[in-house]
Write a protein that binds this ligand. Structure first.
Ligand SMILES: [Zn+2]
Ligand SMILES: [Zn+2]
Length: 236
């Protein structure tokens, strides 16, 4: 695999592969930090990763619970995990790469890559419209619980166009979902998650993966705003 720090799909793929076994590891050894530096999980291995450019391999086992302090000592546990995470981060961002000139070491993928393509107001509305129609054909009874935030989305959409379509379908469409050919709902723009719905109830925010560019909120930046909120601002 070539060096491709600006490829959003590549970053998402690397996070997705790590997510299952690494999701409990804290920043800066979390799946996003690891993936940013070009590491990909080796298939069949829990703790082994490989740099997609220099092919260096790192074995980073997470401390098992019996050597961690007891759960009552939460602060101690957190500090201990943080110190392991920092030690690991040094390896994956610096000397873990086999070669000092490994491009991932010099320039990793930016965290800001986890956001959606900027769209104009017209493009946002047109995408929402097309996807709403598709979703309402496959899932005419879709039900989304309308929180305060989602009420704002509905208000904004109503202001731009009235429609007889199910409003839950419009919200799901605005939040990046569309109906796939096999009658599942799919996040087309972001995490590519595909869901077969077993009931009509659907949570269009929760169902994205946390690293989905539509909902991702950078915890290292207090003023970070997810892409869907940015889009909502554009419509208001
Ligand atoms: Zn490397
Ligand atoms: Zn998604």
């Amino acid at each position: 695999m070539a060096y491709d720090p600006w490829c959003q799909n590549g970053l998402i793929e690397r996070i997705r592969a790590l997510e299952w076994s690494w999701h409990q590891r804290p920043f800066p050894a979390d799946p996003l930090s690891v993936a940013r530096y070009g590491w990909r999980k080796i298939s069949g291995e829990t703790d082994m990763i490989e740099c997609s450019s220099c092919k260096a391999r790192l074995y980073l086992p997470w401390p098992s619970h019996h050597i961690l302090p007891s759960p009552e000592e939460e602060d101690l546990k957190r500090n201990f995990e943080r110190s392991v995470a920092e030690k690991y981060f040094k390896r994956l961002s610096e000397d873990g790469h086999g070669d000092e000139s490994c491009p991932w070491r010099l320039k990793p993928s930016p965290r800001s890559l986890l956001c959606t393509q900027p769209l104009t107001k017209q493009e946002i509305l047109a995408n929402t419209e097309v996807r709403s129609v598709d979703i309402s054909k496959s899932f005419p009874g879709l039900r989304v619980e309308i929180s305060h935030d989602l009420e704002l989305v509905l208000d904004a959409l109503r202001r731009h166009s009235e429609t007889s379509l199910n409003e839950s379908c419009r919200i799901a469409a605005f939040l990046g979902w569309t109906s796939a050919k096999d009658r599942s709902l799919e996040c087309v723009e972001g995490c590519k998650r595909k869901l077969i719905l077993e009931t009509c109830d659907f949570d269009p925010l929760e169902k994205h993966h946390w690293y989905c560019p539509i909902v991702f909120n950078d915890p290292t930046k207090p003023d970070s705003v997810s892409s869907w909120r940015e889009r909502l601002r554009q419509l208001i």
